[in-house]
Write a protein that binds this ligand. Structure first.
Ligand SMILES: [Zn+2]
Length: 163
């Protein structure tokens, strides 16, 4: 992979991951998430196909579709998009920035050489149960879920305990 900041290595979170091969300052665009630009309709079709395939093979193959804007999505499930290997974390060191139809992974803080690169996948609440999280962070909520939804999840867990 050609990138001055990053390299591919085996990850403790999930399969392969992306790691810093040198120290990275805060606020850097470290890699672009590239792929095929597709319509929302096509994206939905591809996501469903992947979920069907997962069910059949009893796997948890990921869907690599990213929302670009209200018209287009990006399907990044291609070997030439190494950013697809970046794992989710509940305590991520990167974030997503979408500018002028480009999706960038940017560093949220200083990242040390050797650290695994991660961001919050930002999944919706309606499907969180299908995406358990094994990021190992101290603050891990147990699921791959957008940060804005954590309160809702905690409340739900509390309500379950009360019963
Ligand atoms: Zn987690």
């Amino acid at each position: 992979m050609k990138n001055k900041f990053l390299e591919i290595r085996n990850s403790e979170i999930h399969n392969k991951g992306i790691f810093a091969k040198r120290n990275i300052p805060r606020g850097k665009r470290i890699i672009e998430y590239v792929g095929e630009k597709i319509t929302k309709e096509e994206a939905e079709k591809r996501a469903e196909e992947q979920l069907e395939k997962n069910k059949k093979n009893k796997e948890t193959g990921s869907v690599y579709i990213f929302e670009l804007n209200n018209k287009w999505d990006i399907d990044g499930n291609f070997p030439w998009n190494p950013a697809r290997l970046i794992n989710h974390s509940c305590n991520p060191n990167c974030d997503i920035e979408i500018k002028k139809n480009h999706i960038w992974i940017i560093s949220l803080r200083k990242i040390k050489k050797g650290e695994e690169i991660s961001y919050n996948y930002g999944y919706d609440f309606d499907s969180y149960k299908e995406h358990p999280c094994k990021c190992g962070s101290e603050n891990c909520v147990g699921y791959i879920l957008a940060r804005e939804q954590w309160k809702r999840l905690r409340k739900l867990k509390k309500d379950i305990k009360k019963k």
